[in-house]
Structures are given as structure tokens and as C-alpha cells.
Design a protein around this ligand. Structure first.
Ligand code: AMP
Length: 286
């Protein structure tokens, strides 16, 4: 598999391939089946896929989280090498830039995503989406992709990226991809590597309780569904709830009544020990 470490090398390569469509999959590495689902979707839809692995420091509001973030480039290369990456018709190349390549002049940009910058992840991780937007704008500029692939696991991030593309009037098409889960239904995440087997089992309750919320959507009130979720999590001592929200899937504004939206999503952030996990489930979309 071709691996590029500098912007110049990558762009030189991209200029030599007569590709009508470039798919781009940005990741922070510690690759798993969730990432792979994005890469495979890109391979189906494009002649060439660029997958980046870059642990973006500007999106971490917590230094310890950045230090502890799992990194294993050789395992990532091996993981990708198993999946037909050198097939001419659906080639995948890897971009592994250093911090200097991505932020050569260290200029901080500031974005306004309206409500998307205020709720849930934005509220609990100040500056997070500003950092995400900085790195994604830079990557789009480098790669000039036709399409870019993002997981619905990071639902709010997907909304922010769509908003960024609109604000900057970019021609890239953003493709949202469904959440891939472990056998026990825990949403796959690089952070799961830091969980013990027992913690993984406990964390499987997150999805179970999201499913309870889905079952009771519309038969109970929004407040009752929220209270039940909070109480269920409280009963599992290893899980610490950061937030649980029921919101409109387009605006991400919290709702108080089911009738406020016909696209309703439940969002959760939970700590298992010092590992922070997020998940979401669509309650109804009609
Ligand atoms: P990350 O490496 O965690 O920054 O994720 C890179 C991309 O993979 C993001 O667009 C994520 O939303 C997506 N992703 C991560 N985990 C999953 C998953 N379990 N299912 C689908 N997409 C995922």
C-alpha cells in the first residue's frame, strides 16, 4: 500500500493519477471495522480513496485525553493491507502527515456553527469542533476530494462538517455512514481498546438503554424517557453519564415533545472509568 507522509508527496501522486473521483476518509487511527466500513463505501464509489491517519491535537480540549489516545501506525498499515488496497480500480492510499505538515504556520481559525457549536459535544468539549473544522478544512484543501466519508457515530461532527462545507461553499459531497457495532452492540471506537473486558460488557448497556428509549418513544413523554435512561445508567456503577439528550436530528436542538420533530435522535456520552464513549440512536424518522 502506498503511504505518503508529506503534502507535497501526496499531491504529486494525486496529480499523476487520472482519477475522476477521489474519496477521502479522515481518521485518527487505531483502525477498526467502523473505519473500514467508510473505506469500503469509498472504494465502491470512487476510483481512488485517500485515508488519513492523524491524531489532531487541535480537537482535544483535554491534554491527558490526547496523550492517552491509542496510536499504532504499524497495526493500522497491516490492517489496511488486508483489504484489497492495491487493486487498481479501488486503490486505497494512506496519508500520515506530521503536525507540521497540517499546521505549518500554526494559525488558529475560528468558526461559528451556530447551535451546533453550543450543545452536547460542543458544550462538554469546548473548542473541539473548532479543531475538527480546522483539520477538515485543511485536509479538503490538500486532498480536493470528490466525496468524503464520516460516521454517524460522531453524529454532531457529521452535522458540523456538512455545515462547514456549506459555509465555505465547497464542492465535496459529504457521505454519512451507519454506526458499526461490536458483537455486544457497543459502538466500535478506537477508545474501546482502553476498556477491560468487564468494562466492555458494562458499556454494552449503553446501547441496550438506547433501545429501551426507542421502544418507549411516543408511548412515554420525552421527560419520562430521559429520566428512565438516566436511572438505568445510575444502576450500573461503572458507568458515569455525562449527558443524555433527545434532539431534532437536523438542528440538534433538544425537544420537549415528540411532536416537535419528525426526525428524533437520542444522544449519549458516558464515562467508563476514564474512557469517554459516545453513541446515538434514531428514535423515529418519518
Ligand atoms: P476517528 O478515528 O474516531 O476520528 O473516526 C474517523 C471516522 O470514522 C469518523 O468519521 C467516525 O465517525 C468514523 N467512525 C468511528 N467509529 C465508527 C463506527 N463504529 N461506525 C461508523 N463510523 C465510525
Amino acid at each position: 500500500m502506498l503511504v505518503f507522509k508529506t503534502v507535497r508527496e501526496l499531491q504529486q501522486f494525486l496529480s499523476t493519477v487520472a482519477s475522476n473521483s477521489i474519496g477521502f476518509v479522515p481518521t485518527m487511527g487505531a483502525l477498526h471495522q467502523g473505519h473500514l466500513s467508510l473505506i469500503e463505501k469509498s472504494q465502491q464509489q470512487n476510483e481512488l480513496t485517500v485515508c488519513s491517519v492523524f491524531v489532531n491535537p487541535t480537537q482535544f480540549n483535554n491534554k491527558e485525553d490526547l496523550l492517552n489516545y491509542p496510536r499504532n501506525i504499524s497495526a493500522d498499515i497491516q490492517f489496511l493491507a488486508c483489504f484489497d488496497c492495491d487493486n487498481e480500480e479501488k486503490r486505497v492510499v494512506l496519508f500520515l502527515p506530521s503536525e507540521n505538515e497540517i499546521y505549518p504556520n500554526k494559525i488558529e481559525k475560528n468558526y461559528d456553527f451556530g447551535n451546533l457549536s453550543l450543545v452536547m459535544e460542543a458544550q462538554h468539549r469546548p473548542g473541539h469542533f473548532n479543531g475538527v473544522a480546522m483539520v477538515i478544512e485543511r485536509f479538503f484543501d490538500i486532498v480536493q476530494p470528490t466525496k468524503a466519508y464520516f460516521g454517524e457515530k460522531d453524529f454532531q461532527q457529521l452535522a458540523v462538517v456538512r455545515n462547514l462545507v456549506k459555509q465555505l461553499n465547497l464542492s465535496v459531497q459529504i457521505i454519512g455512514c451507519p454506526i458499526v457495532r461490536e458483537a455486544n452492540n457497543l459502538a466500535m471506537s478506537s477508545r474501546n481498546e482502553r476498556l477491560t473486558p468487564e468494562q466492555k460488557e458494562q458499556a454494552a448497556n449503553i446501547y441496550k438503554f438506547l433501545q429501551h428509549a426507542k421502544q418507549h418513544a411516543k408511548t412515554l413523554t420525552v421527560e419520562e424517557v430521559k429520566n428512565n435512561f438516566v436511572d438505568s445508567i445510575k444502576n450500573i456503577p461503572t458507568l458515569q453519564l455525562e449527558y443524555f439528550e433527545i434532539a431534532d436530528g437536523n438542528t440538534l436542538l433538544s425537544i420537549n415533545n415528540w411532536s416537535e420533530t419528525n426526525y428524533c435522535v437520542a444522544f449519549v456520552a458516558v464515562f467508563v472509568g476514564n474512557v469517554r464513549l459516545i453513541d446515538n440512536v434514531t428514535l423515529h424518522k418519518d
